[in-house]
Ligand binder design. Sequence first.
Ligand code: CP
Length: 296
Amino acid sequence: MNKNSLLRIGDLSKEDIMSILHDAEAFSCSQSDWQFPRRTLIANLFFEPSTRTHFSFASAELQLGAKVEDFMAKGSSVEKGETLYDTVKTFESIGYDAVVIRHSEDEYFKQLENINIPILNAGDGCGNHPTQCLLDLLTIYQEFHTFEGIKVAVIGDVKHSRVAHSIKEAMDLLGGEVCFSGPSEWMDDVNNYKDIDEAIVWADVVMVLRIQHERHGESMKMTKEEYLEKYGLTKERHSKMKKHAIIMHPAPVNRGVEIDSDLVEASNSRIFKQMQNGVLVRKAVVKRAFGYEPFQ
Ligand code: CP
């Protein structure tokens, strides 16, 4: 495995995380107009649907001057039974310098030990989503200028969420606190569970999660309206948030289910800001994958 691969947020030290966030910020302030000094080919391999991650990686890569190819499993030799390893090895063999991969299998990258080019994980099953976590961290840092003592309430389908696992790991490392809330059957083996009404008034960041119907294998037992009332961010709960607290959501959003549709663009919502930050963080991460130093 290439040492510059990014597979899990837990593989990064506190210093690594802060360096990536600092570099992402430099791109945002136009302090850095860094570009690849030589021809660089990157393939984005998406075996699961994606809008934000896929196209913000593509946008970041193109803005850095890379040549980019977008691979979709549908219509490829994956349909003839080619394995993930052989697919990635093919991209390495035909001259690609790095690959970005999203795949439904937890820790799919364990089967890619013999790949020599950098692999950037764009989400593995219910496991990890390191660049989502980094853009969430950047959004929190821009707001509070620290992670120390910042309280994040992660609310919803925690069990199936790679975002929930990653943010808990990162905030523990950075000195923040995370609590979880939502239906008990979606709580996994989390500690620090709070009832939603308690979580809402406790948090500096209310991070609402999408119900991941595609990973459940059965339909939801309550209506959308019942879910919103019982576990979602309603207008009434919103009015009880701390004055300085912000709303985050990794998106895509099920409007009117985990969050009232009108709150998606509330003045304290940072949901679209998270998407903007996704491009900045992915610029920093792609640059790092090739061993280039962060902006000083
Ligand atoms: N947040 C996120 O990963 O969105 P996409 O599935 O659209 O990439």
